[in-house]
Design a protein around this ligand. Structure first.
Ligand SMILES: [Zn+2]
Length: 482
């Protein structure tokens, strides 16, 4: 059983976070002031359904255990064993949601509970109910039998009709705090007798995006021989130390160009580069917040953070997942908007406007604004081994305009891209079996058989291929021939 399931909260005291909600719910039971309808709203994984279950158990519990379910009485036990027929859970997102509303609520709500004090309906994803189901629900909520209670849970409270909302007591669940996640992980570690390094726990929390569920499953993945050590995480995720991160950030902020060589060296040593940049982002974010709180506004930190976080988004569509970061760093160091200038221009070059070809070009990357900088000028900055080469890189004969950079076209780069797409294996093969060439700014795929031609030449495939070509080479259109 996964740790997440094993440590699913069974009572209020094991439910993480939502302190105010827990206390208020317990109070309504203790003062016998429970109402007939509740609505629990908030993002997913914040404990809405768990709270609904615990609350319904507490309402029917036969013992007074500080208004938390005792987990021992007959009612609690039958609930935990899944045999409590008086608590009815309906998932409004399932197809049977409407039928359940009809059968369970309209027809059966009037009958007394079988064994418990209250008949409780927990409706999950309530916003998914149909108009008809909402009307049916409203009818009951207008004149509810005294033995019936409703707990509606939803992630989209704005989709719940006002007429329903006005009849419910509303509770807003918020994301669980870092500290609560930390406490829960430490609790699980002590229950499971796992020795957990605090640095490792911090790393897990930082990478869980603030979700307890993610944190527990990451935690579980890193357990080796009843231990979770940061060194193990570092070695297995190919991470660099936090001291190194700080050093890298300092060098970028100092606009030290040699940092690109250093990052390149780190990449060559098989460090997980995407995680490295994620760590740099976390570091910058924390530094910025700390500076801001201490009244030290550092606009260069903010600028770098901005550029890198934009780069992070771009990595999803980039053929090289690290390239956007290099571009962001270069943009930061050179202090101008290089990125804007290399953004693809999608106009199609007509035959009559062929670009002129210049023989030899001298490119200098300097602090001032550069005209017509293209991808390979950028590449030459950090692919060259000798740092002094940046100032005078000689680019050999090639067309000036970006639209015709066919000289660096390589069909092999397309296949790893197609591999990322589901169900496109045959498309890849069919292209491999075809003759491919560039003509008139188009990638021609000459299929050898009609079967392959039909397989390649679908609207879906052409759209996908055009998209990939734009990502890889900025332009080209696909044309399939037979
Ligand atoms: Zn009980």
């Amino acid at each position: 059983m996964s740790l997440y399931l094993k440590y699913r909260p069974k009572d209020f005291s094991s439910l993480v976070g939502q302190e105010f909600i827990k206390e208020t719910l317990k109070k309504t039971i203790s003062e016998d002031k429970s109402v007939w309808a509740y609505i629990f709203c908030g993002p997913r994984w914040t404990g809405k359904t768990s709270s609904a279950r615990i609350f319904s158990m507490a309402l029917n519990c036969l013992n007074n255990n500080d208004w938390d379910p005792c987990l021992e009485c007959d009612n609690c036990k039958s609930f935990l064993n899944g045999k409590m027929t008086d608590v009815i859970e309906i998932d409004a997102a399932s197809h049977t949601g409407v039928d359940n509303i009809r059968e369970e609520i309209i027809e059966k709500a009037v009958f007394q509970p079988n064994i418990a004090k209250y008949k409780i309906y927990i409706i999950d994803e309530t916003h998914m109910l149909s108009k008809w189901a909402f009307n049916a629900l409203l009818k009951i909520l207008e004149e509810p039998p005294s033995h019936v209670k409703f707990i509606l849970a939803t992630t989209e409270v704005n989709k719940i009709p006002e007429t329903i909302l006005s009849r419910c007591q509303r509770y807003d669940f918020s994301k669980i705090t870092k500290n609560d996640i930390k406490k829960r992980l430490e609790f699980i570690a002590s229950e499971e007798e796992i020795e957990a390094d605090p640095k490792a726990i911090d790393y897990i929390i930082k990478n869980s995006d603030g979700w307890l569920r993610n944190a527990i499953s990451l935690f579980e993945q890193f357990i080796i021989w009843w231990k979770i050590s940061f060194d193990f995480i570092k070695a297995n995720l190919w991470l660099v130390s936090s001291e190194k991160i700080e050093e890298i950030v300092d060098k970028i902020l100092a606009k030290d160009r040699r940092i690109l060589h250093e990052i390149k060296e780190i990449q060559d040593s098989w460090v997980n580069m995407k995680l490295l940049f994620k760590d740099i982002l976390f570091f910058l974010r924390d530094k910025l917040i700390e500076d801001f709180i201490n009244w030290q506004e550092k606009s260069s930190n903010l600028k770098l953070l901005n550029l890198l976080s934009e780069a992070f988004i771009k990595t999803k569509n980039s053929f090289d997942e690290i390239l956007p970061f290099f571009i962001a760093i270069i943009t930061f160091i050179s202090g101008d908007s290089l990125v804007e200038e290399i953004t693809p221009k999608k106009e199609i070059q007509s035959e009559s406007k062929k670009p002129e070809v210049k023989k030899i070009e001298k490119v200098e990357i300097k602090e001032e604004k550069q005209e017509n900088v293209d991808m390979d000028d950028i590449f030459s900055v950090f692919w060259d081994e000798d740092p002094t080469v940046w100032e005078t890189t000689i680019i050999e004969e090639k067309p000036k305009t970006q639209n015709t950079n066919s000289w660096n076209f390589n069909i092999e780069l397309l296949f790893p891209e197609l591999k990322k797409e589901a169900g496109k294996a045959f498309l890849s093969l069919a292209i491999k079996w075809s003759e491919t060439y560039i003509k008139d700014n188009k990638l021609h795929i000459k299929a050898k058989t009609k079967f392959n031609f039909d397989k390649i030449n679908t609207v879906d495939n052409i759209t996908l291929l055009n998209q990939k070509l734009i990502n890889l080479w900025f332009d080209y259109q696909v044309k399939v021939d037979l």
